[in-house]
Each structure stands twice: as C-alpha cells, then as structure tokens.
Design a protein around this ligand. Sequence first.
Ligand code: ADP
Length: 563
Amino acid sequence: MHKELIKLLLVEDDPDFQRMVSVILKRSSLTVGYDIKIAGSLTTALECLNEHEFDLVLLDLGLPDSDGTEGIENIRQKYTEVPVIVLTGQTDEEIGLDAIKAGADDYFNKDEKLQGVLGRTIRYTIERKKITRELTEAKLRAEKLQKDAERVNKQLRTAVEGANLMAREAIKAEHSKSQFLANMSHEIRTPMNAIVGFSQVLADEKLTPQQREFVEIIQDSGENLLKLIDDILDLSRIEAGNIYVEIADCQIGKLLDRVESVVRLEAEEKGLEFRIARSASLPKVIRTDSVRLRQCLANLANNAVKFTEKGHVYVNVSLERDDYTSYVRFDVEDTGVGIPADRQQAIFDSFVQVDGSTTRKFGGTGLGLAITKSLTELLGGTLSLSSEQGKGSVFTLIVPAGVDTSLQDPFVQEDPGTDSAADEQPEPAFGGSGRILIAEDILTNRKLLAMLLRNMGFETIIAEDGEQAVDKALAEPVDLILMDMQMPNVNGYEATRILRNKGFKGPIVAVTAHAMTGDDKKCIEVGCDDYLSKPIDRKKLLEKIRRHFPAQRIASSTEVKKA
Ligand code: ADP
C-alpha cells in the first residue's frame, strides 16, 4: 500500500520528548508515514530548513538559544510557507495565542494527551496551509488577471477613442469630399450650361452643312461630358454612402414610357427593332425610387443599343412572386456583340470594359454598370447577366414590387401621362408675353437665358445677384423669376426667402448647377415653386414656364399670330 510521507522537523532539546513524539507519530496512522528530522536548537533548525524541504515544523518554545515566540518569528521571516505547530511546556492559553499571533498555525501543551491528536492535527495543519496557499495563489492570479483586464480595458478605451477620432475625421473628410463634389459639379456644369445651351441656339441658325456638322459635334461632346460628370458624381456618392433612395408610388407604365423615349430614337437610327414588352400580370403601381430605377433601366437599354449593330433590343417586363414578396423583373435583351464568359463578372466593377477594339469604338467610361448594380442593390434588388459572345446579352434586373400585387388591377396600357410625354413631344411652338426676371451672376448664362426667353416672346429683366433680384422684383411688375441659387452677395436661397417674406406671390423657379440629391428640396423649402437644373434644357425650361406662368399670358404661336 502506498504510504503518504510527511517530512517533519522537530525542534526540541528534550530527548525524552523527542522520542515520545516519534513514537506517537509512528503509531498514529497506517496510511501516513513520518520522516522526522530533529533539531535541538533554533540555530540547527534554521540550518535544517535551509538545507531541506519540510512539510511542517514542530517547534518547542523553550530552546537553549531562543525563548518564547522568538523562534517562530525567526522561522517565519525566511520560511513563510512552511506550517509551524508550537509545543509549549506552559499551560497558559495566552502563550499559545501569542504564538499564533507571531505566525504559528497551531499549538499544543506538552502535557496534553498528544497521542491521538498530534498526528491528526499535523495533517490538518498541512492541508489547511496547502489550501490557504492555493487560495492565496488563486487570489494573486485573480488580482493579476484583474490588472491584465484593466490594462486591456484601458488599451481598448484608448483604441475606441482613437477610432472615434478617426471616425469623426472621416466624417469631416467625407463632408469635405461631398462639398468638393458639389462645388466641382457646380463649377463644371456652369460652363457646360453655356456650351450646350449656345450650341443649341446656334443649331437653330442658318448654317452651312459643315458648320452644322461642327455644331452637332460640340453638342454631342457637351452631352457626353455631362453624362461623364453625372456618372462620376453618382459613383463617388455611392462610394461615400451618400446616396439615398426615395421610395414612393411609381406608375410602371409611365416609367417604361420614359425609358422608351430616351432609347427608341437611338435604336431606330441604328435600324434596330426596339420593343418594351409588358406582361399582363404587371401591377399598375409599384413602390420604389422611380428616378433611380429609370436610371438603371435607361443605362441597360442604352448599353444594349450601343453594343448591338443589327437585330433587336427588347425590354421584357414581368411579375415574379415567391412565398412572401412580389418582384418586377426587367430583362434587357439584345442581339449584340455579347460578353465573353471570363469578363462577365468584371464588367460590373468600376472603370471596367470588355477590352478590344469594338469597345473602344463604342466609347464609354465603364462606370454605367457599376452604378446600375449599386443602385439596384439600394433598391433591394439584383442585377445579373447571361451572355454569349457574338450572339447577344440579357441583363436581368429584379426589384421588389413593394406593394401587395394581388390587391391591384393588372397592368393596362396607359396613355402616356404629361410627364412621360414631355420628352417625346415635338417642341411646342411657343409665344409668350410677359416679364421674366433672370437672376444670374454669370454673364454667359444670363445671355443664354435672355436669348431663349426673348425668342419665345418674353420681355426679360436682368438681376446680377440676389440683392438686385429682390429690388427689381419688388419695384416693377414681374410675372416669373428664374432664380440662380448660387450668386454673390445675397444668394438665391436668401433672395427667395426675403421675397416671400416681403409678400412676393409670383412663381419662382430655382435654376441651379447643383445636381446633388436634396438640392431640389432645399429650393422648395425656401419658397421656390419649382426647380430647373443646369445646363438648361430648352424643353424643360418651356415646360416649367408653361406650368407656372399665368395661363392667359401664354399662347401657342398660331394664336399669337392670329391675335
Ligand atoms: P460603358 O458602357 O460606359 O463602357 P458600362 O459599365 O455600362 O460602361 O459597361 C461596361 C462594359 O461592359 C462595356 O464597356 C462593355 O464592354 C460591356 N457591356 C455592357 N453592356 C453590354 C451589352 N449589352 N453588350 C455587350 N457588352 C456590354
């Protein structure tokens, strides 16, 4: 049987007692053995402790070289861990308690009946000491862990503060970036306004064929440049997370008419068959951001026309349902150049085009699909592609319908509404009479607007900044104000606010080069009735004037002639 062995140092100068202890301990247990070393003095005891390890010290208080608690203190000083049980010849309890206070773990009177209790007490004391030691170690470990945790916490706090600072700076930088983009957009659009506008005016003049060709090139290039600016702005805003969708009721019929109006002409000029096929199950109204959805579809349809030389471009529109939701699915199908399988993923990245001379021939920036994909995702939808090189492509755009389609009448072909029709209608001949105030600080823009309006038969009043606009609008009769929003001194927002506060009731149409989302709202908030973005499109200008100008002042040119 395995016997546990306790190494014991007995510090005792009385040989009889030494023997007695040995005998008592040897008989005390069958399972525990004792390896007893004897020291007759404190000096010898300290030497022994120095040389060997002991599980316990049994210490007599009356030794030749020490008395009272001195021995305990000496041992404790150097050997804090070893348990010490004191033996005393005196029966005074106080002495035993003094010994405990000095660091002993227990005490016995020598005349007590040691037999039966000594062995047990030794083992308990060792065990107790061991537990105390383990507890102390655990406590130390816990303290260390707590310190570590505090240190980590501190590091974490510092890291969080750093991250917050960086986030604040990033927001600031983002803000500056958006501001920069807004300014850049304004700066580029302002001269573009003049280029596109004047080339439109020039195109109406009597020109030689060559001059006409040059003017058309200027017009085309201007429009391409504008598209490029819009794309870059859109993409930066998407990347900056600065683009928001505005979900509202949207009539699919009108939306598709508008897409058709921008694509059909181009398709027919190329001799392509163009068709938008609307499935009968389509609801009339869905909830989505109609402007963004239209942008996506126009992008896909324009691409289809651009990359197709012969055959057709179809836009097939249908309704899809799963267990929970209805979706509108747009398949934009062409019989064009197609896209090789290994490029089908990459073309959705920014600035990526399928390489090769065909693509170079078609021009473009490689931004359209990246924007379309991001916008589709913002609408909660998906964009995918199936294509075969040389045969054609189908881009599939699916967006949630956003409405309970089972409650709606199915789609019926509608008369194109006034909105959608505007793009397609031939420009109306237009004769007006009345006074329009042009508030615009940039000379070329002023001249362009004045020329367009005068050609329509209006009288124009010019204000070069907001202050002049307020003065003139209040001093003389004005039927409508075209208000540029960014002007020196008093800007358009401020001028509109002042005019409204002073009781000016006439229509104010904001004209701004800021094409950023939210600009239109800002204009309406300060009191404008409508919003027109630069470069000014003649048709849109007409449309706005028609909408807001006192009706009796406008007549078609035939009526004007008759009058
Ligand atoms: P861009 O048309 O301005 O180059 P996009 O991002 O719209 O930019 O398209 C990226 C590229 O994907 C195009 O350059 C073209 O190579 C390819 N692509 C897009 N649509 C089609 C299509 N319908 N047929 C063939 N290739 C296409």
